[in-house]
Design a binder for this molecule. Structure first.
Ligand SMILES: *Cc1c(COP(=O)(O)O)cnc(C)c1O
Length: 219
């Protein structure tokens, strides 16, 4: 079932878009099924759960942190995490930089933006991100690499609303790219799109889609 779902999703995903299979709350066996079908990138939203799964599963899996991350949990994933999508404060950046240094590595991250109508969703505003990126604190961080942006659209049945929010994230990406990362080829990722809206997200320039329930079933 998981292998078939994965095949169907992959048919719909364009060549230059990466598929993050969101395996949060799902057991090792389900992840293994997707792994056997060829999937190598998995997304989790809890640090300890991700760490346990990392230990139990093959080494060539890329683990992506997609959920809100508390600073005191960064240490659990710093040795191995491939990309943190959900960075939304300077304090969190500082902690990631510190733990990356401890592990003698550079940790790739995305800045998460608040693009939805709902108040509950985490994320920065464009202004907040510009304050962070202009700060001397940020310039001093040598062990993080900012690779792009992430956002979640409103949970809505109005495709035009969702599309507008994705267009907004794309425009935030371009503004930040022009102001801070013009020469940096690694600043290139736009992580947007989930099971319900990844096709709209791809039409609006997504480079990474995070798909859970369409692969693994409901949670
Ligand atoms: C759970 C989650 C997803 C996947 O959602 P589905 O609707 O199951 O595809 C994507 N992104 C984030 C940040 C999530 O927390």
């Amino acid at each position: 079932m998981i292998a078939q779902n994965l095949e169907l999703i992959k048919l719909k995903i364009t060549e230059n878009t990466s598929l993050i299979a969101v395996s949060k709350t799902k057991p090792i066996e389900s992840i293994n099924e997707a792994y056997q079908a060829g999937q190598r990138i998995f997304g989790e939203n809890k640090a300890q759960e991700m760490s346990a799964k990392h230990q139990a599963l093959p080494n060539d899996i890329e683990w992506h942190m997609i959920g809100h991350l508390q600073s005191n949990k960064v240490k659990y994933i710093a040795p191995f995490v491939a990309l943190i999508h959900s960075v939304d404060s300077l304090d969190l950046l500082k902690e990631i930089n510190k733990q990356a240094l401890k592990n003698n590595r550079i940790i790739p991250i995305l800045l998460q933006f608040h693009i939805a109508e709902e108040e509950s969703k985490f994320g920065l505003s464009l202004e907040e991100s510009e304050v962070i990126l202009s700060s001397t604190d940020f310039s001093a961080m040598k062990n993080i690499e900012v690779c792009g942006v992430m956002g979640m659209a409103t949970f809505s049945d109005r495709p035009e609303q969702i599309r507008k929010e994705f267009q907004n994230l794309k425009s935030i990406f371009s503004t930040i790219k022009n102001h801070f990362f013009m020469e940096n080829l690694n600043f290139k990722e736009i992580s947007m799109g989930m099971s319900g809206d990844f096709q709209i997200a791809m039409e609006e320039g997504s480079t990474m889609v995070r798909v859970g329930s369409s692969i693994f079933g409901g949670r």
